[in-house]
Design a protein around this ligand. Structure first.
Ligand SMILES: O=C(O)CCC(=O)C(=O)O
Length: 280
C-alpha cells in the first residue's frame, strides 16, 4: 500500500470508498461534489473582474488569486476565491486525503483564453514547491467546461505512487505556462488520462502525480482555479532560494500567507502571520 492509502479513510457523505481508492491508485479523483450554479455564476463574475484588474498578466498565471488586492506576486486577487478555498465540503474532502490538519497555502487561476491559451508541459508540482516533507492535495475547480478541445487537465495515472520526483528540464519558451518539463523517458505518455469536467465540477490531485495540459486552440475559454492544501505535518519553508521567477513567472514563497483551516500545525514552525494584511 502507498503512504496515501495508509492515511485515507472514507466518511459518510464525503469521498466514497471508490473515490478514495481512485485517488490512491491514480493520484487523482473527480469527486461527486460540485459547486451550486449560483456560486459558480458568482465566481465566474469574479474571474472576469480579475481578468480586467490584471491586464498585464497572462491569465494562466494568476498566482495567489485568493489574496484580496495587489499581492506580493503582482496579482490583484479576490477574497471570494479565499472563501471558495475555505468551503467546508471541499476542506472536508481534502482532510480525508491529507489528514485532519489542513493548511491552505496557494491558489492559482489557470485561465486559457479561446484561441491562444497556453499549454502546461508535463510536470510534477512538487519539484518547485518549498514543502517539507513534500505533501499537497490540489483541488482544481472548473469555472468553464474543461474538455479535450479546450485544453483540459491531463495526468499520467499512477505516476505518484513511487513518491519520487523525476528530473525536469528548463525550457526558455514564452508559449508555455511553466518553463519546466519532466524529462522524456521518465513517464509513459501513452497512459495519459484526460480529466474532462463540467463547469462547477472539480478534481483532486496528489503532489507527485505527473500532469499538464495542451494549448487551447478552440474558440472556448477554459478557466480553472487550483487550490493547494498541505497537511499540518509539513513545513512551508520560506528560505529565499525558493522564491523568484525560475518557473517562468514570479512566485514569492517568503511572504506567502498560510491559513490553518483545520486541526493543528504539528511542526510548530509554520508562520500564519506573515503576508496577511495586518502583518505584511
Ligand atoms: O490548469 C492546468 O492546465 C494545469 C494545472 C496545473 O498544472 C496544476 O494545477 O498544478
Amino acid at each position: 500500500m502507498t503512504e496515501i492509502a495508509d492515511t485515507i479513510r472514507p466518511l459518510a457523505n464525503l469521498l466514497s470508498g471508490d473515490e478514495l481508492q481512485a485517488y490512491a491508485q491514480d493520484g487523482i479523483v473527480v469527486p461527486d461534489y460540485r459547486l451550486a450554479p449560483e456560486r459558480l455564476a458568482a465566481l465566474r463574475e469574479t474571474l472576469d473582474r480579475l481578468l480586467r484588474d490584471n491586464p498585464g498578466i497572462r491569465p494562466e498565471r494568476l498566482v495567489s488569486a485568493h489574496i484580496e488586492g495587489r499581492n506580493a506576486e503582482g496579482v490583484r486577487g479576490s477574497a471570494e476565491f479565499l472563501a471558495l478555498a475555505q468551503d467546508k465540503g471541499i476542506v472536508d474532502r481534502v482532510a480525508q486525503l491529507i489528514g485532519d490538519d489542513v493548511i491552505l497555502w496557494g491558489c492559482q487561476i489557470f485561465c486559457k483564453p479561446g484561441g491562444d491559451g497556453l499549454a502546461v508541459p508535463w510536470h510534477q508540482d512538487g519539484q518547485y514547491w518549498p514543502i517539507l516533507p513534500l505533501a499537497t492535495c490540489t483541488v482544481w475547480i472548473a469555472l468553464d467546461d474543461s474538455t479535450t478541445d479546450n485544453g483540459c487537465l491531463r495526468v499520467i495515472p499512477g505516476s505518484h505512487r513511487q513518491r519520487k520526483l523525476h528530473p525536469h528540464r528548463r525550457e526558455a519558451r514564452d508559449d508555455l505556462v511553466l518553463n519546466q518539463r519532466v524529462l522524456e523517458g521518465c513517464i509513459d505518455e501513452g497512459s495519459e488520462m484526460a480529466i474532462e469536467l463540467q463547469a462547477g465540477q472539480m478534481s483532486m490531485h496528489d503532489v507527485y502525480v505527473v500532469h499538464g495540459s495542451h494549448a487551447n486552440r478552440s474558440p472556448r475559454r477554459r478557466a480553472g482555479v487550483a487550490i493547494r492544501y498541505m497537511p499540518g505535518t509539513s513545513l512551508f519553508d520560506r528560505s529565499p532560494q525558493h522564491s523568484g521567477a525560475s518557473n517562468g513567472y514570479l512566485v514569492d514563497f517568503s511572504s506567502r500567507p498560510l491559513w490553518l483551516l483545520r486541526g493543528r500545525d504539528r511542526t510548530g514552525r509554520n508562520n500564519f502571520q506573515l503576508g496577511h494584511p495586518t502583518h505584511s
